[in-house]
Design a protein around this ligand. Structure first.
Ligand code: FES
Length: 142
């Protein structure tokens, strides 16, 4: 979104991109539970996820090898443990995670922390006001 131009090197103009601090991404009811909707905000793709009555926003860039994080599944985290002679998978209680489609690392949608590692996806604050969903630019949730 270029809202004006500025001269560069004595005469030519180039777009100056201005990104609002708070971006309206739509009606609350237009988001499906657990299905990321991807928006381009400034130069970044950001996925907005509804999980019940809560909303999360995460950059569509995996901190592992740059995979399209928001193309991954949103779910409760999986836990693996031994059970006799095999490994048993179970679903843990807790906040939702997004699992990258490339190597399946999981990231906590509240803060971007990798569930079983030290990487961190970039997350953003989301506000719901009057039935509209807003992403706050440059404000990582903690
Ligand atoms: S690129 Fe996302 S887990 Fe590897």
């Amino acid at each position: 979104m270029a809202d004006r131009t500025e001269p560069v090197d004595g005469g030519e103009t180039t777009p100056v991109v201005r990104v609002p601090e708070r971006v309206d991404v739509g009606e609350e009811n237009s988001f499906e539970h657990g299905v990321p909707k991807i928006f381009t905000i400034g130069s970044r793709e950001i996925g907005v996820v509804r999980w019940g009555e809560r909303f999360y926003a995460v950059r569509n860039h995996c901190p592992d090898q740059g995979g399209p994080l928001c193309a991954g599944a949103v779910r409760l985290p999986l836990a693996a443990g031994p059970s006799d002679d095999h490994v048993c998978l179970s679903i843990e209680e807790g906040p939702p995670v997004i699992a990258c489609p490339w190597h399946h690392y999981e990231f906590d949608l509240r803060n971007g922390h990798e569930v079983r590692g030290g990487r961190r996806a970039i997350t953003y604050q989301v506000d719901v006001v009057g039935g509209r969903v807003y992403v706050r630019r440059g404000t990582a949730a903690s």
